[in-house]
Design a protein around this ligand. Structure first.
Ligand code: BT5
Length: 248
């Protein structure tokens, strides 16, 4: 079966859709494939963290694709494609003010409703394949109570989501962004992300240290200014935004 031109594999249950995408990549799969599961036993976040993926309470999916002419050093930009595409698909569906928290979260009403994880394979200095995982909470009823900053899009908006309709809307947007990214690079993608950003222009903490988020830098890093005036571009890591998720 296919969804918006993507081969669509829907499992009742799986270890992790990202792990499955990587298994397919290792077997030589290079078509556009979207893997989805109703429950994941080993859902993964960044840096080996766990992603809670209870039965039927969210959309747990990974896109496997082979980007065209993308240098290895630029592969990390892929996560912005999915962040923008899902942010826009959710706004169009719910009319809610979903925002992108740099680099890989979607937030609504100060709560994390969605996280993204990009994993890549390389061929020399080019990107060979990308496994781009998206975990979208529809509701938070089966999430552990200690995840106090997590919520679901249905809880926050009252809108019932039709998963496959949302995925199709998402994929159409994703595919057009991917074309822009592959032909014109990350800069036009960052342009599109700026107005959706929950991070730019806000007080943030970088690994606990206070700073001001000035902008998204050309390479996709976060340009910040510290209270002593020093400026830096943060490339990865954990940024908390004042009033959003863990920095209140
Ligand atoms: C992420 O990591 O936000 C990336 C999550 C990617 C999940 C998708 S689901 C489909 C695909 N298959 C996978 O195995 N993974 C991808 P990170 O920024 O590291 O955030 C992880 C942290 O978020 C955890 O340490 C928890 O604090 C919190 N968390 C865990 N589960 C959550 C959930 N369902 N909703 C909100 N927050 C959660």
């Amino acid at each position: 079966m296919s969804l918006s031109g993507w081969e669509y594999l829907h499992f009742d249950s799986i270890d992790s859709t990202n792990l499955h995408a990587k298994r397919l990549a290792a077997q030589g799969e290079r078509r556009d494939v979207l893997i989805r599961a109703d429950v994941q036993s080993s859902g993964r976040g960044r840096l080996g963290r766990r992603w809670e993926s209870p039965q039927g309470t969210g959309i747990w999916m990974t896109q496997l694709f082979a980007p065209v002419d993308v240098p290895a050093k630029d592969a990390g930009g892929a996560v912005f494609l999915s962040a923008i595409a899902m942010c826009v698909a959710l706004r169009d569906t719910t009319y809610a003010d979903v925002m992108i928290k740099w680099p890989n979260d979607l937030v609504l009403n100060g709560k994390k409703i969605c996280g993204m994880l990009a994993e890549c394979g390389f061929a020399g200095d080019m990107c060979d394949w990308i496994a781009l995982g998206t975990g979208l909470n529809l509701n938070r009823k089966a999430l552990p109570e200690e995840l106090i900053y997590a919520s679901g899009v249905e809880d926050e908006t009252g809108v019932k989501i039709d998963p496959e309709a949302l995925i199709e809307r998402y994929l159409i947007k994703f595919d057009s962004l991917r074309d822009v990214w592959q032909t014109r690079g990350l800069e036009p993608i960052i342009e599109l992300m700026r107005p959706l950003s929950a991070t730019i222009g806000r007080d943030v903490r970088i690994s606990g240290v206070r700073a001001f988020a000035v902008d998204i830098a050309p390479g996709g890093g976060l340009a910040v200014r510290y209270p002593d005036g020093r400026e830096e571009t943060v490339l990865a890591g954990d940024v908390s935004v004042r009033g959003i998720t863990d920095y209140v």
